[in-house]
Design a binder for this molecule. Structure first.
Ligand code: NAP
Length: 324
């Protein structure tokens, strides 16, 4: 038996699409305690682009099926969401993301851009019936990361002002959707007029051009952009404010702004993914609040290359989803 899958076949730091291949792969390997999920929908993350560039995916692990996120059915026919973090909560003090040996699907074990994927049984979370498979597939990485950033790491309560840098990305749109639903005042920056307008429609209370001076300082900044927005993030915070950072799409070595950080007593807090239990609560949050992930487009898996190209060009607003 074999499955149709989209893989990283080669690493190319400058031309990530050069190493992307689609074709038949061996049936996913089930280990002890693992189950095989029939994938109904899988969502693209910038992580998949980083993998093709060789960040977090060394060449000796190739070929590797890409994809962290999926929703599908388990062997008993139950509708499930797949938690992307493969780790042992006991090794991480109760949090699998703190297990020093944890990985994400597609880093060490084949990922979700395939007709079937094998995962540890504990990684399955029930899919709410109200969410489509396409919507549910958006939750495990971008939405879970946004959930943890807002509700665990930000340290601020609903009503506080949260600045989201780079509004159009998967995590950024998730921050707007979840933050708005939870009653935060969401301000967002983006590089184009069209994307700023979309961010307003999505629920951002105010939108600004990237780098614009804000009318007042904010309580928390949500960073995924990194180098291109870091100085603005530091300048935009109230004294004692906090930057929560989960990514650095534009580069990870901006000037650190150390003087401003200590003088205005800022905190910089890193955040990565979330736990299986948080993914379960996120699914319930969507059910309870009537919140739905924002999908930019749904493509058949055999047209995954088009989705990758759109993400690399920054030509998307929300999540890109593939269906096998
Ligand atoms: N730590 C974790 O667990 C975790 C989880 C998810 C994602 N991440 C990381 O977070 C980042 C975002 O992921 P994603 O999947 O949301 O990516 P994405 O959908 O590709 O979004 C990237 C966003 O970055 C902004 N951007 C890119 N280059 C920029 C530049 N030069 N100047 C200003 N803005 C720029 C864009 O904003 P505009 O076009 O709107 O300006 C775009 O919306 C990635 O680096 C990813 O690896 C980390």
């Amino acid at each position: 038996m074999s499955v149709f899958a989209v893989t990283a076949a080669r690493i190319d730091a400058d031309d990530p699409l050069a190493g992307l291949e689609a074709g038949q792969r061996p049936e996913p390997k089930e280990r002890e305690g693992w189950v095989t999920v029939t994938v109904k929908a899988a969502a693209l993350n910038h992580h998949d682009v980083w993998s093709l560039r060789g960040v977090g995916l060394p060449a000796d692990r190739l070929p590797m099926v890409l994809g962290c996120d999926a929703a599908g059915t388990d062997p008993d026919g139950n509708e499930v969401i797949v938690h992307a973090v493969i780790g042992d909560p006991d090794a991480g003090g109760g949090d699998e993301t703190l297990d020093p040996r944890r990985s994400l699907l597609s880093e060490r074990y084949d990922g979700t851009f395939a007709e079937r994927v094998a995962v540890p049984r504990r990684n399955l979370v029930p899919k709410p019936a109200e969410l489509s498979f396409e919507e549910a597939a958006c939750l495990p990485t971008a939405y879970l990361t946004a959930y943890r950033m807002l509700f665990e790491k930000s340290g601020v309560q609903p009503g506080a002002t949260v600045l989201v840098q780079g509004a159009s990305g998967g995590v950024a749109t998730a921050l707007i959707v979840l933050g708005r639903a939870a009653g935060y005042r969401i301000w967002a920056t983006s590089r184009t007029d069209a994307k700023r307008e979309r961010a307003s429609e999505l629920g951002a209370d105010r939108v600004f051009a990237t780098g614009d001076r804000l009318p007042e300082r904010v309580d928390v900044v949500m960073e995924t952009v990194g180098q291109a927005t870091w100085a603005h993030s530091v300048r935009s915070l109230k004294p004692g404010g906090r930057i929560v950072i989960c990514g650095a799409t534009s580069g990870d070595a901006p000037p650190a702004e150390l003087t401003r950080i200590f003088f205005t007593q800022l905190s910089v807090v890193g955040s990565t993914m979330g736990t299986r239990d948080q993914l379960g609560r996120l699914a319930r949050f969507c059910e309870q609040a009537g919140t739905r992930p924002l999908i930019d487009r749904v493509l058949p898996l055999d047209r995954a290359r088009d989705g990758f190209a759109a993400m690399i060009a920054g030509d998307h607003f929300g999540k890109i989803v593939f269906t096998p």
